[in-house]
Design a protein around this ligand. Structure first.
Ligand code: DQA
Length: 165
């Protein structure tokens, strides 16, 4: 299956953030609303896009239920995007292929979760994404999407200031 993708915030000249959504996140709004809330993935993408626009960033979003496609989406961000924000769903807890792909990305990586996996079942306490991320945002529900883009904006600005560009 082809991963679904949108690029509502794409604008030439703006640093690009690639937002990646892993398995089952297409079901947000219907899936376990007591845990993940009633907002849909489209709602979260809209919030992240609004935050990116306000921060002078472009944002592109892709969702896939397939591990290999998520790996290829990370490869596709290489050399093109300044940052990846990734909510990898359950793949966060065991996909070493995703870990290795993210390790190959030369930019900011933010791990994102709606819930707080550390406060849930033991299998969610391991993250293979965290060791290859600059930081993680978890447990703030939909607000996390805005926080993740804000973190990226700060880090990209700091990098530019540091490089003198
Ligand atoms: C999640 C947490 C994961 O443990 C879970 O498998 C998900 C969603 C979150 O956003 O809270 O699918 O990544």
């Amino acid at each position: 299956m082809t991963p679904s993708g949108t690029s509502p915030g794409t604008a030439p000249g703006r640093p690009l953030v690639v937002l990646l959504s892993g398995p089952n996140l297409n079901l947000l709004g219907e899936r376990e609303p007591a845990v993940y809330g009633k907002e849909t993935l489209d709602d979260h993408v809209a919030a992240a896009t609004a935050e990116a626009d306000a921060s002078g960033l472009a944002l592109e979003h892709h969702q896939t239920n397939h591990e290999g496609e998520l790996v290829e989406l990370v490869h596709g961000a290489r050399g093109r995007a300044h940052a990846i924000v990734v909510n990898a769903g359950a793949l966060s807890h065991y996909s070493w292929a995703l870990h290795d792909a993210l390790a190959s990305f030369d930019g900011v990586v933010v791990e994102l979760h709606l819930s707080n996996p550390a406060a849930r079942e033991p299998f969610r306490h391991t993250s293979v994404v965290a060791p290859v991320s600059d930081g993680s945002i978890a447990g703030f529900g939909g607000l996390g999407y805005r926080l993740a883009v804000q973190a990226v904006a700060r880090m990209v600005a700091a990098t530019k200031a540091g490089s003198g560009t």
